[in-house]
Design a protein around this ligand. Sequence first.
Ligand SMILES: Cc1cc2nc3c(=O)[nH]c(=O)nc-3n(C[C@H](O)[C@H](O)[C@H](O)COP(=O)(O)OP(=O)(O)OC[C@H]3O[C@@H](n4cnc5c(N)ncnc54)[C@H](O)[C@@H]3O)c2cc1C
Length: 514
Amino acid sequence: MLTDTAPGASRAIVIGAGLGGLASAMRLGAKGYAVTVLDRLDGPGGRGSAITEAGHRFDLGPTIVTVPQVFRELWAACGRDFDAEVDLRPLDPFYEIRWPDGARFAARQDTDAMRAEVARLSPTDVAGFERFLVDSERRYRFGFEDLGRRPMNRLKDLIAVLPTFARLRADRSVQAHAARRFRDPRLQMAFSFHPLFIGGDPFRVTSMYILVSHLEKAFGVHYAIGGVAAIAEAMVRVIRDQGGEVIYGAEADEIAIQGRRATGVRLTDGRALPADIVVSNADAGHTYDRLLRNHRRRRWTGPRLRRTRWSMSLFVWYFGTRGTAGMWPDVGHHTIVNGPRYGGLVRDIFRRGVLAEDMSLYLHRPSVTDPTVAPDGGDTFYALSPVPHLGHARAVDWQAEAEPYREKVAKVLEKTLPGFQAHLSASRVFTPETFRDRYLSPHGAGFSIEPRILQSAWFRPHNVSEEAEGLYLTGAGTHPGAGLPGVISSAEVLEQLVPPPARPLAPPLKVAAE
Ligand SMILES: Cc1cc2nc3c(=O)[nH]c(=O)nc-3n(C[C@H](O)[C@H](O)[C@H](O)COP(=O)(O)OP(=O)(O)OC[C@H]3O[C@@H](n4cnc5c(N)ncnc54)[C@H](O)[C@@H]3O)c2cc1C
């Protein structure tokens, strides 16, 4: 909006073209706002963006698409058809988990196949598995369909749900719940590790998150051809078709406030952009600590943000191989390679804040599903190791540690991908410092504020800001939280809180109820 493209219309500025920012822009566009999305990067998607190196396309972050209906509903709210614009493919198996003793577990949608997998590892745990499925579905109905899709910015919203929290034993952790249903420690891990994908410590995060097992069973695990970046690009097309604009290389330095009201955004290059409402998809910590640094804050003050617990960070090695067609046929799209420890490793990462000698890896191999990610005969991978964020007392010096750590990752991977290092054709690492500097993520956290029970729902920074009128938050640091379904839902919540535009760009879309 360097020249106002829609003079006179009510303008919404969205800071950040992450998936939550883009989804919010789409919903505000459908509501009739003239929308401007700003991002400091050179393309859309934020953590869900991609880079190409030596012919390999690397999806930098999210790879697992669950609950595809959140995308379908978002597109429908804009009068569009998601499936006509994004090619989503179901995966079977969803992923494979491996342990150092040679055991493997393939997660699948089919309940009989899952029962057989459980029985293969531990026949006495089949009954517990059946109960776990029922537990998971109950928490899905409440935690996702109800709580996760409506505003939680009033204390009474929280008080109303406390009895259900108590009944469902939300005070218990995911791991503690899994341990009540499974005796085999490998199955305890297989049914409790999911919070790590949204930055939660399985030994601390509320057992409400066991709902993920139901999400996977009911709606599958999917991959978007072209990666999540292809979804982000499709979102940008919708926004532009609505008359909105998406501007890259534009970094917000400050949210302008007059009185108590947000009135626009000042960029780092000095330009000032006026707006009727401002939506921040930048990390909630960055939004309050940096973008509102000159505004007196009541709730999200510096001391409070320093007391906040942040999710873990990540070390990610993106690498490509050439001449590897047909190699490692047992390595599918998603593999979890466990190290020797689970609880101890999680404790080192989240509580002790030390970089452990051992590691557990998530290995992404999209080339088995999507030929567009690698040159002919090649493969594209990433290996992700959860590591402490930079805010711990003994922060790791990643300038010194990145290469030795990459070599350790490679050594672990040799067991899964024997001989792969002789075929390397591309290599890039992201450390917690990259997360801090690229996404302006406090302490380089991978998933913003840790999803503990006292940092969830009403306790999280609200979608409608507590600090300024006309300011809204979307994305991983606000309600309901990180992960693609979470940030897309945050836009749905935001849409319920933003008033209709006083001067609409276009009449709001009326979408027929399905
Ligand atoms: C390695 C990795 C793997 C993951 N895997 C999965 C997965 O498989 N499935 C899943 O569902 N989720 C996964 N996640 C989580 C998921 O990717 C994130 O929770 C989600 O993408 C975050 O979206 P967001 O809208 O909060 O914004 P972000 O992606 O964090 O984007 C925020 C944007 O704001 C921009 N920005 C920040 N400050 C400013 C400023 N001052 N001015 C302008 N722009 C600014 C940034 O450049 C960025 O583009 C993964 C995350 C990571 C890191």
